[in-house]
Design a protein around this ligand. Structure first.
Ligand code: NAP
Length: 341
């Protein structure tokens, strides 16, 4: 019997990378990224769908540079708003299930306190990125096909460019870091997102009514913290021999001006995900420690070489370590205020 065909768009992104592994048991995965597909070009999107004819499409690609989006609104809109609509229309023609990711930045952060934002709370994005993602969600809904939209929060991973790796790099080089304390959210490991996605998809595809679970869900780690709390936890978990940093100073958002305004409160209530699929992500701190265990593991080839000929101890970032080039502090999705003294 033919295996179900799964198309993952955004293979090299934080979430897309993890999805390649977690979705593999559910079917034959075709994973693509720019430039094989260009989400600014509708014909490229349509061609991939008509040629691969997948039963499941997972869109993990997006324009995620929150600050840059303020000066590139058209490109951001094409990728985050127009392309998801086209994907949803094409998926519907094929009767395929579409999985799409959204963001906590569709909210303005005014709901501070309580159990966090619910799926049907009023949205009011503060910037171009949030507006484009919200428009993408609406386009998927309007297409009227089978879909799962997962709204994520503060995504990090052990590869790519993100807050975790940026803080680790800075903590190796600098004695003090200054990080904003007045933005609160749920740091969520991309691997957990991919695991939860696979489990929710499996249940959806197995349901007698194919449209049974169609809808929008909040998907984030349990608990909450500030960017400052997240940074402190990262630095504390680093082995002392690998770090120069002795303290993380809390600063106010006003002390770290950025092109895009960010919500002060981004906590997502994930009760609907739990009620519907029986899924609940672990506490953000527990996941962070698990992610750091993975980050410290040397790649297999290096481990084999080390076993054959003893080497000096590896740095905490593994043999390649996190990127430490001169690039500015891009923290995946442009999140997290880190300021350099
Ligand atoms: N990161 C966060 O903190 C966060 C928080 C909430 C929600 N989300 C959402 O979660 C999803 C996954 O985010 P992520 O952090 O995994 O994203 P990511 O690491 O930034 O990866 C995005 C991927 O999209 C690709 N892409 C960009 N422009 C493209 C284009 N024109 N055509 C085709 N592919 C293109 C990128 O390729 P290049 O690298 O070549 O540009 C990259 O591989 C996104 O929908 C994002 O909006 C993210």
């Amino acid at each position: 019997m033919d295996r179900r065909r799964i198309l993952i768009i955004g293979r090299n992104g934080q979430v897309g990378w993890e999805l390649r592994r977690t979705l593999a048991p559910l079917g034959g995965v075709v994973a693509i990224d720019f430039p094989e597909i260009d989400l600014t070009d509708g014909s490229s999107v349509r061609r991939w769908l008509t040629e691969t004819r997948p039963a499941l499409v997972v869109n993990a690609a997006a324009y995620t540079a929150v600050d840059r989006a303020e000066s590139e609104p058209e490109k951001c809109h094409l990728i985050n708003a127009v392309a998801p609509g086209i994907l949803a229309q094409e998926a519907r023609k094929l009767d395929a299930l579409l999985v799409h990711y959204s963001t906590d930045y569709v909210f303005d952060g005014a709901k501070a306190g309580g159990g966090g934002y619910l799926e049907d709370d009023p949205t009011r994005p503060l910037g171009v990125y949030g507006r484009s993602k919200l428009a993408g969600d609406l386009a998927v809904l309007e297409a009227g096909g089978r879909h799962l939209i997962f709204r994520l929060c503060w995504v990090y991973g052990t590869r790519g460019q993100n807050f975790l790796l940026t803080i680790m790099r800075l903590a190796r080089d600098r004695e003090t870091l200054r990080v904003v304390r007045d933005q609160v959210g749920c740091p969520t490991w991309s691997r957990m997102i991919a695991e939860a996605t696979a489990l929710a998809v499996q249940q959806t595809l197995a349901a007698p009514d194919p449209a049974a679970f169609t809808g929008l869900y909040h998907l984030a780690a349990s608990g909450r913290t500030s960017w400052h709390g997240f940074a402190e936890a990262i630095v504390r978990a680093m082995p002392p021999e690998g770090r120069k940093c002795t303290g993380v100073e809390p600063i106010a958002t006003a002390e770290y001006p950025t092109a895009a305004k960010r919500p002060a409160f981004s906590v997502l209530c994930c009760d609907k995900l739990k009620r519907t699929f029986g899924l609940q992500l672990p506490d953000w701190h527990e996941s962070l420690l698990a992610a750091l265990d993975v980050e410290r593991e040397p790649p297999l080839a290096v481990a084999r070489a080390s076993a054959a000929s003893p080497q000096p101890a590896l740095s905490p970032g593994g043999p390649e370590g996190p990127r430490s080039g001169p690039e500015p502090l891009r923290t995946g999705d442009g999140r997290g205020g880190t300021s350099t003294p």
